[in-house]
Design a protein around this ligand. Structure first.
Ligand code: DGJ
Length: 554
């Protein structure tokens, strides 16, 4: 148990800690920014496959890798555990100085029970499945079976016990993902006899008590549903939440949450690493729960998860949709720090990483399919596309290089609440961010002679490093400042430096002026808007760092 950790107290193990404005992941006593990537689902089932992958991850400037460990891989024969694979993955990561987050593919992966051992799949009587409206069972283990839960818990706790034994001294593993994208596909709830019986019962008092206690911070759509049904504090699921499919989804969310709470708690009793989930979010074309996994911790039901699974530290999203900024805002809540365990790895991914970390104090970012370098070029690369020659020069590795230079500063400013970020595209063309004594006005990079020629994607993060001083890291942006404190109305650029951080120390490069900062020669026009006509400019070749000191005039 926890008491037998090899000389480690629970506080020296990786854990989450509230530090000022942010909740951060603490690794070896220090806040940690996870510049991560997730390998394809079965990459980690073969150490031979992983052999050439490890050094590529290092070249891509990752410090963390997310790899699956499936129930089937460690317990192919009931009761006989084999951790050769786990030990091999740890050895590969350690040799390359990488941290690991293991994804526990137990009862469910993308809703489906495809990574359970064959002895579980083949014994439907012992390991009951979900029944859908047609009366057929589908390949999804039921949340309502004690046998399913007991078998998964035995395997998962054996895995966590093993991690404690082999890793609590070295602490290569820093977080665990519990299952992957859980929920029912093909129906909105489990129609098995056990499912129908549970649905006819009263909503558990733990859930109604949570709703009452947290009324002011419930996800707005859930509050609306509850209020529309009369804000009842007792009754059946349909009495409390109404008769629509959303009620089925809340019911399933509660059942998944309880199952995963049991697993998480049992795992933490062996080895208390932070735990997160990965959520399949609702897609625009979906026509209700069951089109997307019904019961996964998507925003509508995230409160049911908080009530039902308090041991899960973070309910995290995987986001491939264009409106990344909207989705991270839905998941980053007072009681739910942000981590993005799965998203894109191309230029859009570089932008996402900056935005999540800079604007939402994300613990990190992790594009999917990182073992396939083609994914750093396109969201879905053509099969067999040759890997790009210089992976370190692709947008995400370049963005990670800058983020890793800035990591100590970023973490400090996340805690202080003096950091912001932008993600600009056609939908969100410009942004004005209040930060310290100035509003930072950000636009995508424009052609000075023809301002209607504009870069398609711009991103950056902004640290307030002094009352009149900012550090900006960005790509394809132009940035001006507007004073917000009393005094002269125009902000001029006193000094602008390009540079980099080496071992946490600022190393100035070029001192920027002239063409590097001139946005607009029409000075009367600029003056009429209380602007100098100059600003910071960031080019298209991936993010770079600039520091600026401002002065004011009228
Ligand atoms: C989302 C899942 O979480 C991943 O495991 C993987 O199946 C991807 N989709 C496929 O793009």
């Amino acid at each position: 148990m926890v008491a037998c950790l090899q000389g480690q107290s629970a506080s020296t193990l990786p854990h989450l800690e509230k530090r000022g404005a942010a909740t951060q992941l603490i690794v070896d006593g220090k806040p940690y920014l996870a510049l991560a990537g997730e390998t394809a689902n079965t990459a980690s089932s073969s150490l031979e496959y992983m052999e050439p992958v490890w050094p590529r991850l290092v070249k891509m400037n990752l410090n963390t890798v997310l790899v699956a460990v499936a129930w089937d891989w460690i317990e192919p024969v009931e009761g006989k555990y084999d951790f050769t694979l786990v030990d091999g993955l740890l050895a590969g990561a350690r040799k390359n100085n990488l941290h690991v987050m293991f994804l526990w593919f137990g009862s469910w992966k993308n809703g489906i029970s495809s990574f359970v051992p064959a002895w579980v799949k083949a014994d439907q009587n012992r390991f009951p499945r979900v029944t859908i409206k047609s009366g057929q069972s589908i390949e999804i283990l039921s949340t309502l079976s004690e046998a399913n839960l007991a078998a998964d818990t035995r395997a998962y706790t054996a895995f966590m016990r093993h991690l404690r034994e082999v890793d609590s001294a070295q602490r290569t593993v820093i977080m665990i993902q519990m299952q992957n994208e859980v929920g029912i596909l093909g129906d909105s709830r489990d129609r098995s006899a056990a499912g129908e019986a549970a649905f006819a019962k009263a909503v558990p008092p733990e859930l109604t008590a949570y709703l009452q206690k947290n009324r002011d911070r419930l996800y707005p759509d859930l509050l609306k549903l509850w209020d529309a049904a009369g804000s009842k504090t007792a009754g059946t699921w349909q009495e409390v939440f109404g008769t629509g499919p959303a009620t089925d989804e809340i019911f399933m969310a509660w059942n998944y949450a309880r199952y995963m709470e049991h697993l998480t708690k049992a795992g933490k009793a062996e080895y208390p690493l932070p735990v997160f989930t990965n959520t399949w979010i609702v897609q625009p074309e979906d026509n209700g729960p069951g089109d997307y996994p019904s019961g996964g911790p998507e925003p509508l039901v995230i409160d049911a998860w908080k009530a039902g699974a308090p041991s899960i530290d973070i309910n995290a999203p995987d986001i491939y949709l264009q409106n990344f900024a909207d989705w991270v805002a839905r998941f980053h809540r007072d009681n739910n720090p942000l981590f993005v365990p799965e998203s894109r790895g191309d230029a859009g991914g570089a932008a996402n990483a900056f935005y999540a970390i800079g604007q939402h104090a994300s613990i990190g970012y992790s594009p999917f399919g990182i073992d396939n370098a083609g994914r750093l070029v396109a969201l879905r690369p053509a099969a067999g596309a040759p890997p790009p020659v210089e992976i370190e020069n692709l947008p995400l590795p370049k963005a990670y290089a800058v983020l890793s230079q800035l990591a100590p500063l970023i973490l400090e400013h996340q805690a202080a609440g003096t950091i912001a970020a932008v993600l600009l595209n056609e939908q969100h063309a410009t942004q004005n961010i209040p930060l310290g004594n100035y509003t930072v006005n950000v636009d995508r990079r424009r052609n000075r002679r023809n301002p209607s020629e504009v870069a398609p994607l711009g991103y950056g993060l902004f640290l307030m490093v002094g009352p009149d001083e900012y550090l900006v890291a960005g790509s394809d942006l132009q940035v001006t400042f507007t004073p917000t404190s009393p005094g002269p109305p125009i902000a001029g650029l006193a000094e602008v430096w390009a540079g980099r951080y080496v071992d946490g120390k600022w190393v100035p490069g070029r001192k920027l002026s002239g063409d590097d900062i001139l946005l607009n020669y029409k000075l009367a026009e600029a003056a009429a808007e209380n602007q100098s006509g100059s600003g910071l400019m960031f080019g298209p070749d991936g993010p770079t760092i600039q520091r600026v000191k401002l002065y004011r005039y009228r």
